[in-house]
Design a protein around this ligand. Structure first.
Ligand SMILES: [Zn+2]
Length: 273
């Protein structure tokens, strides 16, 4: 499943092919994915220039002068640029036609989304799907302080609080396990019991883990252009995630797995308190 780093790598890969381009039209090969495609989208976008690309959480944003196209990759979606209009395959549901090629959205499981936000309705951040998202971990000016103040009333385990996404976005299952390991915090610790300094460490770990994933993704992903330009989700070198029973890379203790909210959490009993 694409997480924040995959979405950011996708954005970085697509940006040079999208920004400044004029849209020629839109092809929608079904009614929609998770939600219906916006009615009249082709007319809305035809002849309009893409000003910029952006991202909020796992939502990719394509900004126009009159609104923003919001794309979510869902469970299995990916985007790529085709310089020639290859015949669409079964799961190619949506094309954004450009003067020079097209951007194709492929989504086998169809949990993805393509939505339109009109600027008249306010800033895109006020969109129903974006307004209650937590802060961006990579750009927030003081993530440690923010995590600390926002968790004073939260009894839930820190792992669950990170996953909830209402305080900070982008710390999915893998990155929660990895950043809690790096910060030395046991995933079951009640969020409100964690001191300010430990949140500073956690904030640093979250940023480092996400930035490393983006960096690695950017270098390991194949091109975003071409027939087989599969933007597959990258495998990384994890400290604890998916390593149950294997030795901790720091202390050699065996990595343990517990279930929290029906998701697996991996941690080291010695390194994390
Ligand atoms: Zn350890």
């Amino acid at each position: 499943m694409p997480e924040l780093p995959e979405v950011e790598v996708t954005r970085l890969g697509l940006a040079p092919h999208l920004e400044g381009q004029v849209v020629k039209g839109v092809v929608m090969r079904r009614e929609g994915l998770r939600w219906p495609f916006p009615a009249g989208l082709s007319a809305l976008l035809k002849g309009r220039r893409i000003h910029a690309t952006g991202r909020r959480g796992k939502y990719l944003l394509i900004h126009f002068s009159h609104g923003t196209l919001i794309i979510h990759l869902g469970m299995s979606g990916h985007l790529r640029i085709l310089k020639k209009p290859l015949a669409p395959q079964k799961h190619d549901h949506f094309d954004l036609l450009l003067a020079d090629g097209l951007m194709r959205f492929t989504d086998p499981r169809r949990f993805g989304a393509v939505l339109w936000h009109e600027d008249d309705e306010g800033p895109v951040e006020s969109h129903l799907l974006l307004r209650s998202l937590g802060v961006e971990p990579l750009t927030h000016p003081d993530l440690g302080a923010w995590l600390f103040t926002q968790t004073r009333m939260r009894n839930a385990a820190i792992k669950q609080v990170l996953l909830a996404g209402d305080i900070v976005v982008g710390v999915g299952n893998i990155y929660a396990s990895e950043s809690l390991f790096e910060a030395g915090i046991h995933p079951n610790t009640a969020a409100k019991r964690i001191a300010r300094l430990r949140y500073d460490r956690l904030a640093l770990a979250i940023r480092r883990v996400l930035a490393a994933a983006i960096k690695q993704g950017g270098s390991s992903l194949r091109d975003f252009i071409g027939a087989d330009g599969q933007t597959g989700y990258f495998q990384q070198h994890y400290f604890v995630y998916d390593r149950e029973g294997e030795p901790c890379r720091v202390c050699g203790s065996l990595v343990r797995r517990i279930t929290q909210g029906q998701r697996s959490t991996f941690y080291c009993v010695r390194c994390q308190r």
